[in-house]
Design a protein around this ligand. Sequence first.
Ligand code: AMP
Length: 432
Amino acid sequence: MSEENQSKKIVQPKLLRGMRDSVPDEQEVMQWVVSRTEEIANDYGYRRIETPILESTSLFNRGVGDGTDIVEKEMYSFEDRGGDNISLRPEFTAGLMRAYGQHGFISKPQPVKIWTHGPLFRYDRPQSGRYRQHSQLDFEAMGDPAPVLDAQLINIAYKLLSSFGLDIRVMVNSIGDRDSKTMYQGVLTEYYKAETNLLCEDCQRRLKINPLRLLDCKEEDCRDLSGKAPQMIDYLSEPSRLHFVSVLEYLDELEVPYELNHRIVRGLDYYSETTFEIFSTSDDERASQRALGGGGRYNYLAESLGIGDVPGVGFGLGLERIVLALKDAEIKPPESEVNVFVAQLGDESRRGALAVYERLLKAGYKPAEKFSKDSIKSQLEIADKLGVRYTIIIGQKEIHDGTVIIRDMDGGIQEEVDLDKIEVELAKRFEN
Ligand code: AMP
């Protein structure tokens, strides 16, 4: 290539690191997951809400907590043109609680049950199943401390994921109320302090700001230590213990299988009482360690935002991770039921075929076509692949005679019928 040409070569734009396109094949799966979520949200009285992707940075500093990985290292924060500090939301709950306060939801019957889905942004190290933009399906019940809500939400997440045919494991824990948490953090700090030299660098730092996080570190030495660490469950205050026992009893009642796991502490400051994470059981060890979702109670979040005493509980499920789990398990959405194909033989008949296609849609059929092709052979091959029962063939002659051909794809029998009567003629055949 000459130097001149080289300098003219235009570099194709590329995806940003950690971002991904979701192509139509994947969108079909996502759409399937989202519509099932909508159904289950309706079943349990959760109403759809949408909040903006951009919020003020202080919302997350105060709500999620300054010492958390999300706020400390992962937020996409910047100053907008007016000089305000804003961030792409890294999670849903803080923004939803802001909305609760803003719209006076406190004066509605409690709990306020809401759900949403959409993109979240975290500047994390990208890897399989971890992206800088991902989507979550999120459910929240705000304004009520009752343990039955915790159990009902765990049941919703479990039922939703199981309904796709995934094998689901639910891990639950309690990190207690403020008093229990403070006491336990003290005990934990003492325990880890004696072993500081064995801790990874991150954990040495976390020990000072958020000792609970040491329990879910994935480094081998840290994992060994956390396996032997004192357990939160032994430090719960009486109200917290009773709350947790009730949640477990309700789960038994709902026949949701669960495992107690003291490592499920969740990373964010706002969690209290029940915490849980949801996994799919998979042969692939790495995949089975990637949580499909998680959640818990957050009885002090509203207070930290100046909204008052509004206890809440909720969960978020990772849409991309659900899609990965479905792929691993070779689970696909049901085929769309295209049932009739419209074929044509060139320019003039294509015009007639366009009109026939519209009429079939109106009559409630799910037609398919390949109007850009002229060859009847290749159109019939496509119809065959789609598995339709009938193909309507429209040629020049038929256009002039005011007729069409209905081809039974099962035996190849073709019959000429009046153009005006396609709907009736098709209906007759579908009835048989
Ligand atoms: P979290 O808000 O961190 O509790 O995450 C809830 C769920 O969202 C996780 O269990 C994952 O399924 C999913 N998730 C969280 N972060 C990411 C990410 N960076 N990329 C893809 N999915 C994620």
